[in-house]
Structure formats: structure tokens, C-alpha cells
Design a protein around this ligand. Structure first.
Ligand SMILES: *Cc1c(COP(=O)(O)O)cnc(C)c1O
Length: 368
């Protein structure tokens, strides 16, 4: 249920997403790029994003078949990859009908694919565990799996893929090690390769391969928490904004909000904004977490409530009820809010609450 008068909304700038996709391709000019739109496009609205990117995207990547079907049912014809493959053998028939490519990350999935009877050749991305140690075939299993799929008449295109555990740490040698393990497992096979998430697109050009998989960077946020010189051109795609609904002046010594976590150390003007943890604003946001009122930076004071937060308006004599409040977006980087809340921008975005309207602006009008 979305209440139209409540001022909270997430504005999604589709032109920024298109810009970021083009930029990801420019950083890896010899690779094609799967736009990763799993988890409802990291909370940005997968259908609208896919429509905005449809005429340019080499393909989309999602986590599971329901996410893929949602795109197909809304008219998206681009290639789509299931990043975790199928969860049961009968999903292969669905994937066949919808023309979905699938990751094969286990011997069980390999058996399902070999035993399937699809109507057309299945595209499979063979996933190697090069050191993340979550899913993927072991290096010693790779050649055999590749041979079985390559020999299988109902399997079509093959891609070799892997995923990095620490690509967001440009100084750390672990990514080099994963690249080496991947190269050794593939041996001399001539097969397209896909390794790079956003962090690797920015920081590990030697891992660009033939297909990249940009996720977070599409949404305009650097996956490297301390930034990266190449991340500067990214444009934040989401502005989470609300408005001031109450203002009061408190004496020094007065506490604010649940538990009295913040106590005024001077006469303090407190503003209340309509957003809380039920909307996805992180409850762990510390006092001092940045927020912008009418484009001016200030800070959270007091604990985040379910539906409201309290802000420091001291020194903003002109602040009024109804003034716009940006929680994150172009003025307040989502990474700053994430760091002040001991989390990551990925979790902020995917945690946006159901009652927050997503307002898509820019390119999608042509679809209406
Ligand atoms: C989610 C995901 C990505 C995208 O990662 P970002 O860090 O958001 O760029 C790429 N590859 C795989 C396998 C993923 O699951």
C-alpha cells in the first residue's frame, strides 16, 4: 500500500543507468556486458531498468527463473542469464521455452543439463570455483564438464565464468590468484570468459575477458568503498528523498528519540523526516550519518525509528515543514550512509521497503 501524500519516494534516474551501462562498456571495450538486474534491479525496479537498457544491453543477468520470467513477460527479448542456474531439473524446460542461458556450477546441474530434452540448444555458462569457495566446479572438474557439454548435441554456446571474492581490494593479491587458477583450469580451451563484476571492471582490467557482469556500478555507486579514480564518472541512479514533517527547538541536555541515544549538547533545532527502518533506511545509522535538507548537508541525531528519523537543523533558521530531505542520491553518496551504518550500498538498495514508491524518470516514457 503506497500512500501518495507521504513524501517519501525513491526517484530512479534511468538516463543515469544508461550512462553507467555505456561507461561500463567503455571501460572494457572488447567485452560484451550483462547488466545485472537481480533482486529487482538492486531495488531500482528491474522491468523499468531493462526497458531503459533494452536497445543497448548485450544481455541481462538475474538470480533465478522468476526474475527472468518477469522480464520476458514485460517484453524483454535480450539474452538473459540465470546466475545460479536452475534449482530443479524441471526449470530447464521453463528456461528452454523462455530462451534463458544458465550457469552450471555443480555436477548435479551438469547432469540435469545433459539429461534434458530442450527444443533448442541450451546456452550454458560453466562456473569455476577459482577461490571464492561458495559455488562452482573445482578446477580439476572443469575440463571434463566442458567436454561433456561441448559434446552434447542439445547444448549450444558455452562460456567459462568465475566470480571474485576480493576484487574490491585493488591492493590485495587474491584476485591475481583467482585469475591464475581460472587460466590454469581452462588450459588451452578457446572459450569466451567472464570474470568481472563491477569492482573488477574498474580495478582489474586483466580480468575483463569476453563478457563482463556489471551490477552495482550500473546504479552509479563505486563497489570500492573508498572510491576509485575510474568510478568518478558514475552517476547515482537512485535518489531516496522525503520531507520534514515536524520541527522543534530543544534545550541543551534534552534527549532525542528512542533510548535517548542522542543528548543535545547545546540548544538544538530538531527536524523529523518521514522515513524509517521499515522503508529500508538502516536502523544502525549512527549519530552523524549524513543527510541533506534542501541540498545542504546535515546529520542524523537519535535512533532511527520505524517510520521517522530525527535530524539536526541547528543553524538552519529557514528550515520549514515540507522541506525536501535527501537520504542518499547525488548530494549524499549511498556509500557514506552505508559506512555510517556498518553495511554496504548493496544492502541499502535491496532493502528499500515495499511502501516506498519507485518513481522512474527519464528514458522509459517511450514505453508508456
Ligand atoms: C551479483 C553478481 C554480479 C554483479 O556484482 P556487482 O558487484 O554488483 O557488480 C556479478 N556476477 C555474479 C555472479 C553476481 O552474482
Amino acid at each position: 500500500m503506497k500512500s501518495p501524500a507521504r513524501p517519501l519516494r525513491a526517484r530512479i534516474h534511468l538516463d543515469a543507468v544508461l550512462h553507467n551501462y555505456r561507461y561500463a562498456k567503455r571501460l572494457a571495450p572488447s567485452a560484451r556486458a550483462l547488466a545485472v538486474v537481480k533482486a529487482n534491479g538492486y531495488g531500482h525496479g528491474a522491468i523499468s531498468l531493462a526497458r531503459a537498457l533494452a536497445s543497448e544491453a548485450d544481455g541481462f543477468a538475474v538470480a533465478c527463473i522468476d526474475e527472468a520470467m518477469e522480464l520476458r513477460e514485460s517484453g524483454i527479448r535480450n539474452p538473459i542469464l540465470l546466475l545460479e542456474g536452475v534449482f530443479a531439473p524441471d526449470e530447464i524446460a521453463l528456461a528452454d521455452r523462455a530462451g534463458l542461458a544458465m550457469v552450471v556450477h555443480s555436477r548435479q546441474q551438469l547432469e540435469w543439463v545433459l539429461a534434458a530434452r530442450p527444443s533448442r540448444p541450451l546456452e550454458c555458462w560453466i562456473k569455476l570455483d577459482s577461490g571464492m569457495h561458495r559455488v562452482g566446479l573445482a578446477p580439476g572438474e572443469f575440463a571434463g564438464a566442458h567436454a561433456a557439454l561441448a559434446d552434447c548435441p542439445h547444448v549450444g554456446n558455452l562460456v567459462a565464468m568465475s566470480h571474485f571474492a576480493r576484487a574490491d581490494e585493488p591492493e590485495h593479491p587474491y584476485t591475481e590468484r583467482q585469475i591464475a587458477v581460472f587460466g590454469q583450469a581452462l588450459g588451452g580451451l578457446r572459450i569466451p570468459r567472464s570474470l568481472a563484476n563491477s569492482a573488477a571492471i574498474l580495478a582489474w582490467p586483466q580480468a575483463h575477458g569476453e563478457w563482463t557482469r556489471p551490477g552495482l556500478m550500473l546504479y552509479g555507486i563505486s563497489p570500492l568503498p573508498d572510491g576509485h579514480p575510474l568510478a568518478t564518472p558514475l552517476q547515482p541512479a537512485m535518489t531516496l528523498e522525503s520531507a520534514i514533517l515536524s520541527i522543534r527547538d530543544l534545550e541543551a541536555g534534552e534527549p532525542v528519540g528512542y533510548g535517548g541515544r542522542f543528548v543535545c549538547d547545546r540548544p538544538t533545532r530538531v527536524g523529523v523526516a518521514a522515513v524509517g527502518y521499515a522503508d529500508g533506511y538502516p536502523r544502525h545509522a549512527r549519530d552523524g550519518t549524513p543527510v541533506a535538507v534542501k541540498g545542504r548537508r546535515t546529520r542524523i541525531i537519535g535512533r532511527v525509528s520505524m517510520d521517522m528519523i530525527t535530524l539536526d537543523l541547528t543553524g538552519m533558521a529557514d528550515a520549514r515543514i515540507g522541506d525536501p530531505v535527501e537520504l542518499w542520491g547525488t548530494t549524499i553518496p549511498a556509500n557514506e550512509v552505508a559506512q555510517a551504518s556498518d553495511t554496504i550500498a548493496y544492502q541499502l538498495f535491496t532493502g528499500i521497503g515495499r511502501r516506498v514508491p519507485l518513481i522512474h524518470e527519464g528514458l522509459q516514457t517511450q514505453w508508456k
